[in-house]
Design a protein around this ligand. Structure first.
Ligand SMILES: Cc1cc2nc3c(=O)[nH]c(=O)nc-3n(C[C@H](O)[C@H](O)[C@H](O)COP(=O)(O)O)c2cc1C
Length: 188
């Protein structure tokens, strides 16, 4: 199963366009979770207490862990997120808070090192940015660290198009160049 985690917001999202182009190439069908449509409960103390109780009782079939189970069961994961404020939309962080469930997506070894429980062997991270100052550490770098160290997904691929909002930018050209790169990547 291919899971598409869609953190795009705008109807005309360029990030979504790149993601859908990739999805067409790698999957006949996929499950999509559109983060704009998810009403995440607040991760407050009551939420944490309830979650701790469920985890202590190993009630991982609880409805509140459905997103975590879906993530853990996917064979390939595609995350699409526009570059916002050197990072990504808050909805993606909310999603991460909800899928990082000890006993579902990861566990700890006796030495305190996280160990992945996810089935996927590949995660694609797709982003577009308005400018060209796009350091990786708070967006892609963070997701890559989670994928490789928490979820156990070793292969992480970045697909990105930047400089889209610079005055005079040839947006179609920039996107086409990245789509060509994706095509070559998939052919390999
Ligand atoms: C709330 C917000 C924050 C943004 N922050 C940045 C930023 O830090 N750096 C940057 O280069 N572009 C930034 N942008 C521009 C977007 O990255 C750019 O327009 C991107 O292509 C939007 O993706 P979309 O077409 O998928 O919506 C921001 C846009 C918005 C709406």
């Amino acid at each position: 199963m291919v899971l598409f985690v869609n953190a795009c917001v705008r109807g005309e999202s360029r990030t979504k366009h790149l993601a859908e182009t990739l999805l067409e190439m790698i999957a006949d069908n996929y499950e999509e979770i559109r983060l704009e449509d998810v009403k995440f409960p607040k991760t407050d103390e009551a939420f944490l207490k309830n979650r701790d109780n469920l985890m202590a009782e190993e009630r991982f079939d609880d409805e509140s862990f459905a997103m975590a189970r879906q993530f853990a069961a996917a064979d390939t994961i595609v995350i699409a997120a526009p570059y916002w404020d050197l990072s990504f939309p808050a909805s993606l962080k909310q999603y991460i808070e909800h899928i990082n469930v000890l006993g579902v997506t990861f566990e700890y070894t006796t030495e305190g090192v996280p160990k992945g429980l996810c089935k996927a062997d590949k995660l694609y991270y797709i982003m577009t940015a308005g400018g060209n100052y796009v350091p990786e550490e708070f967006g892609f770098g963070y997701i890559k660290a989670l994928a490789q160290n928490f979820y156990g997904i070793s292969e992480v691929e970045l697909i990105k198009a930047t400089g889209l909002d610079i005055y005079g930018a040839d947006v179609n050209n920039i996107l086409s160049a990245e789509i060509k790169r994706i095509q070559n990547l998939i052919k390999r």
